[in-house]
Design a protein around this ligand. Structure first.
Ligand SMILES: N[C@H](CCC[C@H](N)C(=O)O)C(=O)O
Length: 276
């Protein structure tokens, strides 16, 4: 039996289907990605990471491998922080990169990574830029958010009078589509004390996820901005676990675990039918 190789992995329970495709030959239609990510009809995931040689797509990069990230609805996003951790772990586990420091190419640009001996990963996430303040989002009631660009768009609401656990995020919170014409990832944050946040997230193109790497960087940048600073470190507790984030002027890092759970083959006939 033929079949398309896949792996399943996650970073703090933000889970992905990985598709080794060095030459970039797989036809990743939106319908096929959505079917793959469907938790009943397909493999189930928050997103897909295609592993393709940067040169095969003529992408200029310091890195040999390009992370072609897709959201569960099939849409393309510029960057996925938890995805880069899992991607980097896969490269080291499969012998395509050496443990330690190397660069991963992404749509948001090159991202330096360090794969540590315990297989946790630190990612250089680039700048987390505050692009707006007092931007309204409605999740049951209106909240005021800080817009942050981490390569992809985020709107972070830091809540002092509401426990994020009490929010109903089953539906897409409402936001101004004129401010975010390409959609936006929505984070809701409580401060737990010095250098510690708790967060929930409703991701663009996915829905509520158990973690969002770019979202945790946006959350720390927004919380620091509201506190009148732009440099520091914080842990962020998300439903899927805990990550460590640092932000400074023009740079940020994300550190956390990355797991490869399974590997196998997608049935050729299923793949053909899912693509239409
Ligand atoms: N849904 C996001 C992309 C995935 C981000 C998240 N999974 C991460 O770990 O950064 C977007 O449309 O911008």
């Amino acid at each position: 039996m033929g079949g398309i190789e896949f792996l399943k992995g996650h970073g703090t329970q933000n889970d992905f289907v990985l598709l080794p495709d060095a030459a970039g030959r797989l036809e990743l239609t939106e319908a096929r990605i959505a079917a793959l990510c469907d938790r009943h009809r397909g493999l189930g995931a928050d997103g897909v990471l295609r592993i393709v040689r940067a040169a095969a797509l003529e992408i200029a990069s310091e890195g040999e491998w390009f992370m072609d990230y897709r959201n569960a609805d099939g849409s393309i996003a510029e960057m996925c922080g938890n995805g880069v951790r899992v991607f980097a772990r896969y490269l080291v586990d499969s012998g395509l990169a050496a443990e330690g420091e190397f660069v991963v190419a992404t749509r948001a640009g090159d991202r330096p990574v360090v794969v540590h001996p315990d297989r946790s990963v630190t990612v250089g996430m680039g700048p987390a830029t505050i692009t707006g303040t007092s931007v309204t989002v409605v999740a049951g009631r209106p909240f005021s958010g800080v817009a942050v660009d981490v390569g992809n768009p985020h709107l972070v609401s830091v809540l002092d009078d509401t426990d994020v656990a009490d929010l109903d995020l089953r539906d897409q919170p409402d936001f101004d589509h004129d401010v975010f014409p390409n959609g936006v990832n929505l984070e809701f944050v409580n401060r737990l004390g010095e250098g510690a946040l708790r967060m929930r997230v409703h991701e663009r193109g996915v829905g509520e996820t158990r973690a969002c790497g770019t979202g945790t960087v946006a959350a720390v940048a927004a919380a620091f901005h509201l506190a009148g600073t732009d440099t520091g470190a914080s842990t962020v507790d998300i439903p899927g676990g805990r990550v460590e984030v640092t932000v400074s002027r023009g740079a940020s890092t994300l550190s956390g675990p990355a797991e490869i759970v399974a590997r196998g083959e997608i049935d050729d006939a299923w793949w053909a039918a899912a693509g239409s």
